[in-house]
Design a protein around this ligand. Structure first.
Ligand SMILES: NC(=O)c1ccc[n+]([C@@H]2O[C@H](COP(=O)([O-])OP(=O)(O)OC[C@H]3O[C@@H](n4cnc5c(N)ncnc54)[C@H](OP(=O)(O)O)[C@@H]3O)[C@@H](O)[C@H]2O)c1
Length: 244
């Protein structure tokens, strides 16, 4: 069971876009937070300050999820004796192209960050969570991983891979009290979607608007909280009806 007094949340890719909102929301929920980014900056320091004004501690970890050895070093230094109560895997990139024209870098970069990065960051923490008999793992996947999206064969493959990983891991660790779930956003207003042609996409969304990062963070908060203690191995869609 989670220790309510000292709950900590590691948010991989927790300083920008959706991840930043997840960090803030979990801090509001009472977690001490450890968001990661590749390079600290004035912006990340601002986030840390915001968290502190909420009365929670915030330590930003620098890591690149593609760097297995470097990531392991950072995680071991922080969590060797004390696994986090919640781990959110949010890091992700898109490099879209039609498959017929997709170059090897577009394929490799997306799979390396989105899927291999999940292994590099979450696997080293699972043993500690099992040993403590409790914890939450939430993985940010995508509607593209649920349905497939033209122009995103690489991204869809990586995000569908994460859904498979979540379901399999849930079967492995559930009996030890570690709950594993995925959140699948539709189109959310962040840097990743700033060039999406709104007029073409909005008619596909029954709610007729893009989602907000805070709306994804709300689902993550639910999955890390006390109202979701029997939800396990699931994919929670946050998509305005894009995928039904
Ligand atoms: N926006 C959407 O419509 C949408 C829809 C479905 C799913 N998603 C998923 O939601 C997640 C967040 O997306 P977003 O829209 O917030 O995008 P974003 O604003 O572009 O943020 C991307 C995040 O991924 C991190 N990241 C990228 N490459 C990394 C690497 N090599 N190592 C460590 N971290 C890395 C970034 O960290 P740095 O601070 O180091 O750059 C940042 O936190 C992604 O997994 C994305 O696939 C987004």
């Amino acid at each position: 069971m989670m220790n309510e007094k000292t709950r900590t949340a590691l948010v991989i890719g927790g300083c920008r876009g959706i991840g930043r909102e997840i960090t803030l929301r979990l801090a509001k929920d009472g977690f001490d937070v450890l968001p990661t980014c590749r390079k600290c900056s004035d912006e990340t320091e601002k986030l840390a300050e915001e968290v502190r004004t909420l009365g929670r501690s915030c330590r930003i970890l620098e890591l690149d999820v593609r760097d297995r050895a470097g990531t392991r070093k950072v995680l071991d230094a922080e969590f060797a004796d004390n696994a986090p109560d919640a781990v959110i895997y949010n890091s992700g990139i898109a490099k879209d192209n039609l498959f017929a024209f997709m170059d090897p870098e577009q394929w490799d970069d997306v799979l390396e960050t989105n899927l291999r990065g999940f292994y590099n960051t979450v696997q080293p923490l699972v043993f500690g969570m099992l040993a403590r008999h409790g914890g939450r793992i939430v993985v940010i996947t995508s509607a593209s991983g649920q349905t497939g999206q033209a122009g995103q064969v690489n991204y869809s493959a990586s995000k569908a891979g994460l859904i498979g990983a979540v379901k399999a891991l849930a079967r492995e660790v559930g009996r030890k009290g570690v709950l594993v779930n995925a959140v699948a956003p539709g189109v959310i207003e962040t840097d990743m979607t700033k060039d999406i042609p709104r007029d073409a996409v909005l008619p596909l969304i029954p709610l007729r608007r893009f989602g907000k990062a805070a709306e994804v963070a709300g689902a993550v908060s639910f999955l890390c909280g006390e109202d979701s203690t029997y939800i396990h191995g699931q994919v929670i869609a946050v998509n305005g009806g894009l995928v039904i």
